[in-house]
Write a protein that binds this ligand. Structure first.
Ligand code: SF4
Length: 387
């Protein structure tokens, strides 16, 4: 099992080199793009990138295949529409996912804004790369979205749930929830970072002390996490595609979207980025976008496949081609994860069947587990893969 763990995510100011050029990740504020913003991003992808974009599991949009000579022009254009932070460190810390169903200006919207503001202030806790927040709305839809600190509405107040804890902090109102979430991040910084890295779940395993105000949670309120092997998520589905409280959700195979698709969506209305590799078009009713997935039973929605070869330098195989060829054989309710290496970027949890490339045409097969679980069968050729 050999792969590099980078411990940080690409941003717009600090893009990441990949096999197909630079990856430039755009963190839209509260995950919302006005049509003009989306149109400009589509044009940047066509002009400076390779015409492929990813809808990421952190509800971001990333341009792929960016020519290094086009990076400065892309950043200048994005700055002109309010999508660039002051510096790469602030950009990395502004890691907040808001429920795409949260009404604009409502309590969840305000809470996500307040946390983002606090995390980019000079006195923000200097959390490591990948440390993030998820702000849910009513009804909650982010229980399976990985986050170090999760905030969920409860009556007029909020529950603040650290990842992996059986306790929570409570807040009576939105302002108090933002303050306590940031205080929890400061508490994490007291011992949660080792060698520049750290996640809340790992810190809680090591730390015997609880922060002031911690309240035990009944099991009914404990969120289920996709990275928790005890709970697992084989066969679990995120929302959509279909009607949503504030518009319509469109699916895209493997979260890959083209400039033409993004521009077509922007022609219908403002967009919300989701952590489910889907796009929400506000106010839309059954929009038609060529290549988008409208059928909630489409097997491609139950398949996770990373960038793979040739886009990722660590990939050992073209996993998306294999995933598409296997899609028609997927049984109802069955989920599939095809990974170019054991790192498992596309999906952190379990799937009914997980395939890990060990060579361009060889795969290890894991049942009801993740990429790092023991393989039931090894070295399978594509035509011999049993689902
Ligand atoms: S899981 Fe896929 S995208 Fe991630 S490093 Fe491995 S090959 Fe690359």
């Amino acid at each position: 099992m050999s792969f590099a763990v980078k411990g940080w995510c690409p941003g717009a100011l600090r893009p990441m080199q990949s096999g197909d050029g630079l990856v430039l990740r755009i963190r839209a504020r509260n995950g919302r793009l006005e049509p003009d913003q989306a149109r400009l991003i589509a044009a940047l992808s066509a002009r400076h990138g390779n015409g492929l974009m990813d809808l990421t599991s952190r509800a971001n949009l990333q341009l792929r295949g960016l020519d290094p000579s086009g990076h400065a022009a892309a950043v200048a254009a994005l700055a002109g529409i309010g999508l660039i932070d002051d510096d790469p460190e602030s950009e990395a810390r502004r890691n907040v996912i808001l429920s795409p169903f949260a009404p604009m200006g409502g309590p969840a919207w305000q809470l996500a804004e307040a946390i983002a503001q606090a995390m980019t202030a000079p006195d923000a806790p200097q959390v490591p790369g990948k440390f993030g927040f998820a702000v849910d709305a009513d009804p909650p839809v982010l229980a399976d979205t990985p986050a170090d600190i999760r905030l969920r509405p409860q009556g007029p107040g909020w529950l603040i749930l650290p990842d992996g804890a059986d306790w929570a902090l409570k807040a009576d109102n939105t302002a108090q929830a933002a303050t306590r979430a940031i205080a929890l991040a400061h508490w994490f910084m007291q011992g949660g970072v080792q060698d520049g890295r750290g996640r809340m779940r790992d810190y809680l395993r090591r730390s015997p002390a609880l922060p002031h105000g911690a309240t035990p949670l009944p099991s009914s309120l404990l969120p289920k996490y996709p990275c928790d092997r005890a709970t697992g998520t084989a066969g679990a589905h995120p929302p959509g595609p279909g009607p949503a409280p504030n518009g319509w959700l469109l699916g895209f195979a493997f979260g890959q979207i083209t400039p033409a698709q993004l521009a077509a969506a922007a022609a219908i209305g403002p967009l919300r980025l989701t952590p489910w590799r889907a796009l929400l078009i506000e106010g839309a009713a059954r929009p038609r976008i060529e290549g988008a997935i409208l059928d909630p039973h489409d097997p491609l929605l139950r398949i996770h496949a990373c960038t793979g070869a040739p886009g990722c330098p660590q990939a050992l195989a073209d996993v998306r081609a294999l995933a598409r060829s296997l899609a028609p054989r997927l049984a109802p309710g069955q989920s599939l994860h095809v990974s170019g290496c054991a790192k498992g970027c596309a999906h952190r949890g379990a799937a009914s069947v997980t395939l890990v490339a060990t060579a361009p045409d060889r795969f290890d097969l894991i049942r009801d587990g993740g990429t790092r679980d023991p393989a039931a069968q090894g070295g399978l050729a594509p035509h011999r893969i049993p689902l």
